[in-house]
Design a protein around this ligand. Structure first.
Ligand SMILES: CC(C)(COP(=O)(O)OP(=O)(O)OC[C@H]1O[C@@H](n2cnc3c(N)ncnc32)[C@H](O)[C@@H]1OP(=O)(O)O)[C@@H](O)C(=O)NCCC(=O)NCCS
Length: 194
């Protein structure tokens, strides 16, 4: 699959291919990128090759390419900048989807996460018949929270830290679930259009 999933002003999202394990391995090898995900531990390369990549390729099939986790490239240079996801829970309803993102450190601070997250909300609500988009983040991960706040999502729940993340810095502070409904998004769009 080499089709473009999403195009924003500066970023292109495309499905990962079977040969893309090295992109994910390199991304997950930066302790700063993994700080609030694994406590800084890299994802072992064999886990990426044998589990992560096959599972995300299977997800394109499961959802007919409408949802999943997509590779992000800087359009002007073709540089891989990380990934974004828009996906339902594995066996969950198709109108309730998770927004997620993981960018290479070199790409931070350029507004890419906000730019793409905003376009993903538009795609979810306008094209994909989604009713609600949610995202979850640790309490210490202010960068991730700001992205969701900037695209109009709000905290709906305080979350306990999952058992497999108890060793991560700030685990004792828990995390937050953010959400935006189609109705909230449409009101926001109308307000911006005025
Ligand atoms: C979180 C992440 C996606 C942000 O990406 P980004 O492209 O740098 O974000 P943007 O440039 O769109 O910035 C969005 C806002 O967050 C703020 N922000 C970004 N990183 C921040 C940080 N570490 N601390 C505080 N604010 C931060 C920006 O200043 C901006 O807010 P502002 O316009 O009010 O100044 C990126 O840091 C990342 O990939 N981190 C590692 C993986 C991760 O934690 N993913 C989320 C898991 S829940």
């Amino acid at each position: 699959m080499t089709t473009t999933y999403l195009q924003t002003a500066r970023v292109t999202l495309r499905p990962f291919g079977a040969d893309d394990a090295d992109l994910l391995i390199e991304l997950d090898s930066d302790p700063e990128v993994m700080r609030y995900l694994s406590g800084g531990e890299a994802t072992p390369p064999e886990v990426v090759r044998d589990l992560v990549l096959p599972s995300l390729l299977a997800a394109y099939e499961r959802w007919g390419g409408s949802f999943g986790l997509f590779a992000a490239y800087e359009t002007a240079t073709g540089t891989f900048v990380g990934w974004f996801c828009l996906r339902p829970e594995r066996d969950g309803p198709l109108d309730e989807v998770e927004l997620g993102y993981r960018l290479r450190r070199a790409a931070w601070g350029s507004g890419y996460a906000t730019e793409v997250a905003s376009a993903l909300l538009e795609k979810a609500f306008d094209e994909l018949d989604v009713r609600v988009v949610w995202g979850a983040t640790m309490a210490l991960n202010r960068g991730s929270q700001r992205v969701m706040e900037k695209v109009g999502m709000t905290v709906t729940e305080e979350l306990p830290t999952p058992d497999d993340m108890l060793a991560v810095e700030g685990a004792e502070l828990g995390g937050y679930k953010y959400e935006i409904t189609r109705e909230q998004w449409e009101l926001r769009r109308a307000a911006f259009a005025r």
